[in-house]
Design a protein around this ligand. Structure first.
Ligand code: ARG
Length: 402
């Protein structure tokens, strides 16, 4: 039987050309697999048909939107995952779910190898291949752009020569990756890091400088996950979609950073993640209300490590799994409502309400109703400062040569 290769297929120029390119270079049959993670654009059926027209022996499309939202975006929300305090892991969280479907397709179609369209300079090649190695240790990986010299110019030439049903003239200056958690834009004039982003960079967000009227929203959470918006029950996917729409209209969640890639290169990225950034802001504040102080402090460190692992392509690693267990445990009481104002690029929390709050009005108040015995504070401070005070006495004696 002819060897078979499963290709992660986007429907774009590079992966369309890759179908024939891989087949010619390796003598294998190519099976195209497209995964819908809420990137929008063309219908999956159009993409499936194009793959077949470009020479794929089989084309398989998976609607992974709900799975992606519930099992990949929600853990990122629970972790408040922001790489370098800024980037909500948009591309990084999508790779593992795509990998899962690629490996499943490789099994179903009897393929020995999985191919992807990444270059040799980015994080995504690592995320794909580490994921594939982990879920399918017997599978081989190949990246035509990186391993089979499939450059952009050659792709255009190949598509034209072979009359592939794909646009080759429309020159998109950017490299874009999108899903329901957000959108990443790089390359082109953005590579000069002094250049400001132009309007055409953005698609999920409107200009925050000219916002519509304030949009007040109430998000209800259960165990750290949004379950209702303004009182209407939502699935994780619906929660993200609705917040993308509403926070996006206010220009919330535009991010422009120079980021440290795993491969050691610093790169300039523009992201827009209105839903993710608004949900993280709401979730964080509900944690402030419901998570015990020491657990909360430690969780910050855990969340940061979780974020780095996921950024670095370690989604399926044992450490990431262990940290998930910790994070899930911290979310037990993250229940309640957060009211926010979305306006002019900001998502500002204005109210919180929780049956499982640790906020205690009678402890906090300076007004009548105070149940806190202030006289206890003196002794506490005495003991709390004891260790430093003893050391300071020693330091003074030493300085005086006694
Ligand atoms: N730098 C980001 C990451 O590694 C985004 C990469 C997305 N790819 C793209 N073609 N813009 O997660």
């Amino acid at each position: 039987m002819t060897d078979r290769i499963v290709l992660a297929y986007s429907g774009g120029l590079d992966t369309s050309v890759a179908i024939g390119w891989i087949a010619e270079a390796t003598g294998s049959e190519v099976i195209a697999v497209a995964v819908d993670v809420g990137q929008g654009g063309e219908s999956l059926e159009t993409i499936r048909q194009r793959a077949l027209d470009c020479g794929a022996v089989e084309a398989y499309v998976a609607d992974a939107r709900d799975e992606f939202a519930a099992e990949y975006c929600m853990p990122a929300l629970k972790a408040n995952a922001l790489y370098q305090d800024s980037y909500p892991l948009v591309s990084a969280v999508s790779r593992p779910v795509i990998v899962k479907h690629l490996v499943a397709a490789a099994r179903e179609f009897g393929a020995s190898t999985v191919a992807h369209g990444c270059t040799g300079k980015g994080n995504d090649q690592v995320r794909f291949e580490v994921g594939i190695q982990t879920l399918g240790p017997d599978l081989k990986c190949i990246a035509p752009v990186r391993d089979l010299a499939l450059t952009r110019d050659k792709a255009i030439e190949y598509a034209e020569k072979n009359n592939l049903p794909i646009e080759t003239t429309k020159k998109n200056p950017f490299s874009i990756d999108a899903n329901v958690w957000g959108r990443a834009v790089e390359t082109g004039f953005l590579e000069d890091i002094w250049n400001g982003p132009t309007k055409d960079v953005y698609n999920y967000t409107d200009d925050p400088a000219f916002p519509p009227v304030v949009d007040e929203v109430t998000i209800s959470f259960s165990a750290g996950v949004p379950v209702a918006i303004d009182g209407h029950a939502v699935t994780p996917l619906e929660a993200i979609q609705e917040m993308n729409r509403r926070a996006g209209a206010q220009g919330v969640g535009r991010i422009d950073i120079v980021e440290d890639r795993l491969v050691g290169i610093k790169s300039r990225e523009i992201y827009e993640a209105p839903g993710a950034m608004a949900l993280i802001a709401a979730h964080r504040e509900l944690e402030n209300v419901t998570v015990e102080r020491e657990q909360a402090r430690f969780k910050k460190t855990v969340g940061q490590r979780w974020t780095e692992l996921v950024y670095d392509g370690q989604w399926f690693s044992p450490l990431k799994r262990s940290l998930d267990t910790f994070i899930d445990d911290t979310q037990t009481y993250v229940n309640g409502d957060i009211r926010m104002e979305l306006h002019g690029g900001r998502a500002t929390v204005t109210g919180r309400r929780s049956e499982t709050a640790l906020y205690d009005f009678n402890l906090a108040t300076y007004d009548t109703g105070d149940t806190f015995d202030q006289s206890m504070a003196r002794g506490f401070i005495e003991l709390f400062g004891m260790s430093s005070k003893v050391a300071s006495g020693r330091d003074q004696r030493a300085a005086e040569g006694k």
